[in-house]
Design a protein. Structure first.
Length: 506
């Protein structure tokens, strides 16, 4: 017998003598105090169960309708993912961009996308069907075939309205590999009843992503966000209901009556007199606290204390906040406790999480929708520089935007005047500010190309539209009104630019 085998047998014997049924090799154990995993303590009986709430559609709908927390958890993230829309980065004229946004509003694009996200979070999966007039729904979508006025919006369908083709899966390499090729709309759906839809014509959103075998058990869909929340939701609602019941016991009054037990047992007129006595006490007890009693009776008032209940409910609320990933200030509308705690940092982290979900779940679908919108409105393909960006949820105030715009513009102009950058680069830097401040959004590629085609400016020539400092109007770079002093500028000319022409004698 090898040394390792002997050592393993010795360890088994020690574990058997200690009554340990579960052996681990990577956790703390103390057999004498029965602490640690598998040490025979009460914790050894703990385990995680399987509660398939996502498969119970009626239960999910009842919870969504009756529990405001479930409604908030489902709706809040969906509304935040779709409420600000997108910004189109392109050479499109401002009027054309407004036409696109107006058409998106007319078709209700963002409200329909919000519904798709909501039902995907509630049920574990949903589809947004791209409705294109004049095309068969069971054929692959080819964007170049969409003509003017053909795109009619998005139809939300939850997972219980469609039956995916589980035996006919996508085999082409790409993000849809392994997903159903078709979706058959059930007869009781809200629209397109009985139709078969090709996967390229839908925007599919799953709830919480599941491992492969769990996903197979859910017909390829994800998990409802309510299922992971359930074991935290029940204690919170139970504690809230229990606290409300304590209100009825906040003020208890007790009367001690001599010989009460005998009066109850005898009954008759004596018991009726006791009941009449109690009714008279209740009837004539005034708001001033006056109570009529017999000389031998005793009256006692007890008050229940509610101290500690608020902290208990807050702890349950924090657990719900952690389970959903939504901060207290957004989920419950209350700021976190603590000195100078405003919840601003929590909101920023939450908005970053929402932005990550937008990029991971919505970007591909939104780009398809706006590509269809452009073809439907203008009858042509989007330009090559077409780019769709989600609008930031955390917005600066108008004063903050003005301050940032002035500071960045001054920095760009100073860099240009100092010959650190050329005019096209300066214009690109100005246009880049549009995503954060909204300023300089109309600096087009044509204007930048025109600046590249221009001859290099003379030293000291500023950007178009910039003004000289007060008191410097009409003065040259040397600060003199004499044109002949222009040659006194001794700054070296940047490579690629012409030096200022010398004046005076050659």
């Amino acid at each position: 017998m090898s040394r390792q085998s002997a050592r393993r047998q010795k360890l088994r014997a020690v574990a058997r003598d200690a009554g340990i049924g579960v052996r681990t090799g990577d956790s703390f154990q103390n057999f004498m105090t029965r602490t640690g995993v598998g040490a025979g303590s009460a914790n050894d009986g703990a385990k995680y169960g399987f509660n398939p709430v996502s498969r119970n559609r009626v239960l999910l709908e009842l919870a969504y309708r009756s529990s405001w927390i479930v409604g908030q958890v489902v709706d809040t993230v969906a509304e935040d993912m779709t409420r600000e829309g997108v910004e189109i980065q392109s050479d499109l004229e401002p009027n054309d961009q407004q036409r696109l946004e107006k058409e998106a509003g007319r078709l209700g694009i963002w409200s329909q996308l919000c519904e798709v996200v909501k039902w995907s979070r509630l049920y574990g999966g949903a589809l947004g069907v791209l409705m294109i007039d004049g095309q068969k729904m069971d054929t692959p979508l080819r964007m170049e075939t969409v003509g003017k006025g053909q795109f009619r919006g998005v139809l939300p369908l939850d997972r219980w309205m469609v039956q995916p083709s589980l035996q006919d899966l996508v085999t082409d390499f790409g993000p849809d590999l392994g997903k159903p090729r078709f979706y058959d709309v059930l007869p009781d759906a809200s629209g397109l009843m009985g139709m078969r839809i090709h996967y390229s014509r839908v925007i599919r959103l799953d709830g919480i992503e599941l491992p492969y075998w769990q996903r197979i058990a859910e017909n390829g869909w994800g998990q409802s966000v309510v299922e992971r929340l359930w074991d935290r939701l029940v204690p919170f609602d139970s504690a809230t209901a229990g606290a409300s019941q304590l209100v009825y016991k906040a003020h208890l009054r007790t009367i001690k009556i001599k010989g009460l037990r005998e009066l109850i047992s005898v009954g008759g007129k004596a018991f009726d007199g006791l009941v009449a006595n109690i009714d008279m006490i209740r009837r004539y007890q005034s708001n001033e606290g006056l109570t009529l009693l017999d000389a031998e009776d005793e009256f006692q008032s007890d008050t229940y204390s509610f101290s500690g209940l608020d902290s208990l409910l807050l702890q349950f609320g924090q657990q719900i906040s952690g389970a959903t990933g939504i901060p207290l200030v957004r989920l419950f509308g209350q700021s976190p406790a603590g000195l100078n705690a405003t919840g601003e940092s929590d909101l920023r982290n939450y908005y970053d999480n929402v932005r990550a979900q937008q990029e991971a779940r919505l970007r591909a679908g939104v780009e398809r929708i706006y590509g269809l919108l452009h073809r439907s409105v203008f009858g042509e393909e989007p330009p090559d520089d077409w780019e769709v960006e989600f609008t930031a949820l955390w917005q600066m105030t108008d004063e903050q935007k003005a301050t940032v715009t002035n500071q960045r513009t001054a920095a760009v102009v100073a860099a240009y005047d100092s010959q650190i950058i050329d005019k096209p680069t300066a214009l690109r830097e100005l246009r880049q500010m549009a995503s954060t401040t909204g300023a300089w959004s109309n600096v087009s590629d044509d204007l930048i190309q025109q600046a590249e085609d221009e001859p290099p400016p003379m030293v000291g020539e500023g950007l178009p539209g910039t003004t000289a400092a007060p008191g410097q109007e009409g003065k040259n770079d040397a600060g003199s009104d004499d044109p002949s002093a222009a040659g006194s500028d001794t700054r070296p000319a940047q490579e690629g630019r012409k030096a200022p022409a010398a004046t005076g004698e050659s």
